[in-house]
Design a protein around this ligand. Structure first.
Ligand code: ADP
Ligand code: MG
Length: 804
């Protein structure tokens, strides 16, 4: 269009200038211009020719280019066709269809497997039910159960494997899906590029047509060639550019095709690997199928075996049930007959039941009635028991009194003063030679008699009992223990150890720690007795330890042992004596006793310079008080056991002792004589007993009077050198003992006890010690008294008189 307009303007400009050149000089000019125009025309013709040549060359070129382009387009078409073919081939060969087919196949297989699995599960469920039934039935063998368990495990494993295969399959499905999508994408892109290519081709062919048309129009309009040439030139450059672009486009498309091919190749490779995997999976699935088949077969076999087993068991059970049924029928028949016989029994039972029901209804009333009567009966019984108890208690008390009376009578008959003699063995202290020879012998047939060789003559003595040197502490205590226990019954008891120093008094009373004497044994016995009576009685045992030295009483358990104690009458008017400030210790065990003794010993030792000497010059007293309470009767008893280790009875005064030694001797003499006097007065039942003549007798007044019991243990040394003292001691013993034999009249005859000197019997004229002071009147001269004693002794029995 623009070309046409330009051509129009060019022609109109030339027509306006022609009339001016045809005028003269204008004509000249016109001729010149004509010539010039002719030249110009020639030049233009030449140019046109050149242009035509150029154009034709260009045309040829264009034709060649279009041919080339056509060739290229044909090539591209062919390529496109090839690609389309390739794509369709690929599609038919490997593409989505195969994968889809494969997927479909897998899906179908999967479905089949699923159905099979369902069937298997159904079978399994049925088998489980059967198994449960069999487990309930007692006859099944557990082998099947185990086999079933194994099969179930296997099945579960297979199911797991199938699950895995399924998972893999679904993965593959996904992959195939992805690949299909990518293929579709590639196809789309290919389609797009084909469409683009077709468009381009279309455009190019259009342009070619345009160019050809232009060339044709140019050919038909040679006058406008100049402009057309320009246009062609312009068009030609455009065509060149378009060609260039289409070449670039073509190149790009070829590159794209190359890339697509590459992608296609990769996809082929992927497809191959997928196919491989699919083949593997298929093989696996086949394997699983075979395994499943096998398991299934096995399961079927097992099921068959189980079925057989079940049938067998059922048959067995059936036959057993038949047998049982028969037995049951038989039983039933028996039961029926029983029922027939039981009916009357049932009737009677019903009657019984009804009567029982009535009884139960009446039971509370009956019970109340019975309880009331039972209560009454029990009350009566209790009353009876109480009255019986009261009667028994009364009888018991009477019996107690009777017992005491009998005891008193017994004591009276036996004498409540008993005299024992104990001869110690010869010791090292006795020395050697004639002086240490044995002067004491015994009667093998009579344990109450002993013989003493004194100054060449044998003197015999009869006591209540004589202990030879070999007698043990235990033997001695055996004879003493009855006295000790009577203290529990409320009697007062005195046990004296009498004899010269070294004769064994302390040994008999205290003994040694390894071999204790009467003191410790008596307390132990008391403890044992008290324990034995603990069910009915409450007992308390207390001890005091005292010493009488030079007529002074001292408390060896007190805080101030040197303090002199006084003996006083009880202010309650009972006439009882007591020692204010005398310490009493409550003892319950041997340990307590040992502590008390030790304490006493320590106190005694601190008060003197020579304990041995001191102890032989003083009386040691262990006072045991036993207080009892009979819980049932409320009866209270108090018994006192006085265990006295007397001072040495040897005659010191005669050996010319002076000063304190003489004083000690006089005090000892006085107290021992006072003891003799008291015993005598008691035995001869005198109205007045001179208790107050010494501290010892005054202190022991309660324990010496009344129905108290006294034991005098006369200790003697068997050594020849001590025979004089032994004689004295034995005479004292015999006289003490002989007192009870005399009639009441003796009161008048033997109103006073002989002194120690008198006891010796070989000094008739000796005067009594100055310190001695009897409250009782002295009835006559000592010689007459001695003669009287001798007379009594002669009349008393087998004893020979002591040679005077
Ligand atoms: P006393 O107390 O009369 O002065 P002892 O009891 O101290 O006399 O005795 C003096 C010695 O004789 C002591 O060594 C004692 O062990 C010993 N003795 C006394 N009697 C016996 C006996 N029966 N058996 C063995 N040794 C005894
Ligand atoms: Mg002694």
């Amino acid at each position: 269009m623009s070309v046409e307009k330009a051509g129009g303007r060019l022609y109109s400009g030339k027509r306006a200038s022609l009339p001016a050149t045809r005028q003269f000089p204008v004509i000249q000019k016109m001729v010149e211009s004509m010539a010039h125009l002719q030249e110009e025309k020639l030049r233009l013709q030449q140019e046109l020719l050149a242009l035509q040549e150029k154009l034709s060359a260009r045309e040829n070129e264009e034709i060649a280019v279009s041919v080339q382009l056509q060739g290229q387009v044909a090539n591209l078409k062919a390529n496109l066709l090839d690609q389309a073919e390739e794509i369709s081939r690929l599609r038919s060969e490997l593409g989505g269809t195969d994968l889809e087919k494969h997927r479909d196949l897998l899906a179908a297989e999967n479905e089949r497997l699923r159905q099979e699995m369902k069937a298997c599960e159904g079978e399994l469920r049925a088998l489980r039910q059967q198994q449960q039934q069999r487990q309930q039935a007692p006859c099944l063998a557990c082998e099947h159960v185990q086999e079933n368990g194994r099969l179930q495990e296997r099945l579960a494993q297979l199911q797991r494997e199938v699950e895995e295969a399924r998972a893999k399959l679904s993965e593959l499905d996904l992959e195939v899906q992805q690949k299909t999508n990518r293929l579709a994408e590639v196809e789309l892109r290919l389609k797009d590029s084909l469409a683009e290519k077709a468009e381009e081709e279309e455009r190019l062919s259009r342009r070619l047509r345009d160019s050809q048309e232009t060339i044709a129009s140019l050919k038909s309009q040679p006058q406008q060639i100049k402009y057309i040439i320009k246009t062609v030139e312009v068009e030609s450059s455009k065509a060149k550019q378009a060609l260039c672009e289409s070449q670039l486009r073509n190149q790009y498309l070829q590159e794209q095709v190359g890339m697509q091919r590459q992608v296609l190749k990769e996809m082929e490779q992927q497809l191959q690997s997928s196919q491989k995997t699919a083949a593997q999976l298929r093989a696996q699935i086949m394997m699983y199928e075979a395994e499943l088949e096998r398991a299934h077969g096995q399961m079927l076999e097992e099921m068959q075996a189980m079925e057989d087993e079940k049938n067998r068991a059922i048959e067995e059970a059936f036959s057993r049930a038949q047998v049982e049924m028969k037995a049951v029928h038989e039983n039933l028949a028996g039961v029926r007959t029983n029922l027939l016989t039981l009916q009357p029994a049932l009737r009677t039972l019903t009657n019984d039941y009804n009567s029982l029901k009535r009884q139960v209804r009446d039971f509370p009333l009956l019970l109340q009635e019975t309880l009331r009567s039972a209560r009454l009966e029990i009350g009566q019984a209790i009353e009876e028991v109480n009255s019986t108890n009261r009667e028994l208690l009364r009888k018991y008390r009477r019996e107690l009194q009777l017992r005491k009376k009998c005891h008193n009578e017994l004591v009276r008959l036996k004498g409540n003063i008993r005299v024992f003699g104990r001869v110690r063995p010869i010791t090292k202290e006795d020395g050697e030679g004639a002086e240490a020879t044995n002067a004491v012998t015994f009667d093998p047939d009579d344990d109450a008699v002993l013989h003493l060789m004194h100054k060449g003559k044998q003197v015999s003595f009869e006591l209540d009992k004589v202990f030879p040197p070999q007698a043990t502490q235990e033997d001695v205590f055996q004879e003493v223990q009855a006295l000790v226990t009577s203290c529990i019954d409320g009697y007062n008891v005195c046990i004296f150890a009498y004899g010269q120093t070294g004769a064994g008094k302390t040994y008999t009373m205290e003994g040694t720690s390894a071999n204790p004497g009467i003191n410790q044994r008596a307390l132990q016995l008391l403890f044992a007795e008290v324990r034995g009576k603990a069910a009915d009685w409450d007992y308390g045992i207390t001890v005091s330890v005292a010493e009488i030295y030079n007529e002074a009483l001292r408390d060896l358990l007190g805080k101030e042992p040197q303090e002199k104690l006084e003996i006083k009458l009880c202010p309650d008017g009972s006439g009882q004596l007591y020692v204010p400030g005398l310490t009493e210790f409550r003892v319950q065990s041997v340990e307590d006793i040992n502590k008390v003794f030790e304490f006493g010993h320590v106190n005694r030792a601190t008060e003197c310079t020579n304990l041995n000497e001191h102890s032989s010059r003083s009386h040691a007293l262990l006072i045991v008080t036993v207080r009892g309470l009979d819980r049932s009767t409320g009866l209270r008893t108090t018994g006192k056991l006085n265990l006295v280790d007397l001072a040495g009875s040897e005659r010191v005064g005669r050996s010319g002792a002076e000063g304190s030694r003489l004083r000690e001797a006089q005090y000892i003499n006085k107290s021992l004589s006072a003891l003799g006097d008291v015993i005598y007065a008691l035995r001869s039942r005198q109205g007045h007993v001179p208790f107050r003549n010494s501290k010892l007798t005054y202190l022991l007044q309660d324990s010496l009077s009344g129905d108290s019991k006294t034991l005098m243990m006369v200790q003697v040394s068997p050594a020849e050198k001590n025979s004089s003292e032994t004689l004295c001691s034995l005479k004292f013993a015999e006289r003490v003992r002989s007192v009870e034999l005399g009639p009441v009249s003796r009161k008048a005859e033997l109103a006073s006890w002989p002194s120690q000197e008198q006891l010796e019997g070989d000094s008739p004229g000796a005067a009594p010690p100055a310190a001695r002071g009897h409250a009782a009147p002295s009835p006559g001269p000592p010689a007459a008294r001695a003669a009287s004693i001798r007379r009594k002794l002669q009349t008393s029995g087998k004893l020979r008189p002591v040679p005077v």
